[in-house]
Design a protein. Structure first.
Length: 207
């Protein structure tokens, strides 16, 4: 089970702001809307990752506290799936980064067979896994008023992986643990313009 944490606490604890910032008057509508987006995407990507790995890979994982990329040390990633987040009103990218050892564990759970080495076919499983997480998150977010499109993930493999996100976006990282292994889901989103139909108040936020 994912650790119980309110949406407000999830965002505010990661950036060091008080939880009361959600539901209080924001300095500006743009800042208020950006915080709102962070909140929704953090919650949705956490839940989508946990559900996908449990159902598809028979692997339960626990989500840790999100943080901004660069503020904490991260374990080395050797395999990553990267996918654009395409929406008429925002640009973004998301990625799943893993060690080879944990990737093999997930693929063994997915295919139900021992995997002695990472072949091209098995390697494609990283992109497929991201595709399922992205698809589940897309469905949830689109039910809340987004219009995220289907996208094709890209596989990256190597000893010094670097993920490129929109240049002016904050990059959020959600750490996940399974036994002694740790992997990450990271994303960066940036509004092209204020979202249509969003009304801010001191008490009610888009859900």
């Amino acid at each position: 089970m994912m650790k119980s944490m309110s949406d407000a606490a999830l965002v505010s604890s990661a950036v060091g702001a008080p939880s009361s910032v959600i539901g209080a008057a924001a300095p500006s509508s743009a800042q208020d809307e950006a915080l709102e987006l962070d909140e929704q995407f953090l919650k949705t990507f956490s839940e989508s990752t946990i559900e996908t790995l449990q159902v598809q890979c028979n692997t339960p994982v626990i989500a840790g506290k999100p943080f901004l990329k660069g503020s904490q040390e991260m374990r080395k990633a050797e395999i990553a799936g990267v996918s654009p987040i395409n929406d008429p009103q925002l640009d973004g990218t998301m990625a799943v980064t893993l060690s080879e050892s944990f990737f093999v564990k997930l693929m063994e759970g997915m295919f139900r067979i021992p995997i002695p080495e990472i072949t091209d076919e098995i390697e494609d499983g990283a992109a497929e896994l991201l595709n399922m997480i992205h698809g589940l998150a897309k469905t949830t977010l689109n039910q809340k008023g987004f219009a995220i499109e289907k996208s094709r993930p890209t596989l990256v493999r190597g000893s010094a992986i670097r993920i490129r996100h929109p240049s002016r976006s904050k990059i959020w990282v959600i750490p996940f643990r399974c036994d002694e292994e740790e992997f990450y889901v990271e994303f960066g989103i940036m509004l092209k313009r204020p979202r249509e139909g969003v009304v801010h108040s001191n008490q009610n936020h888009l859900r």
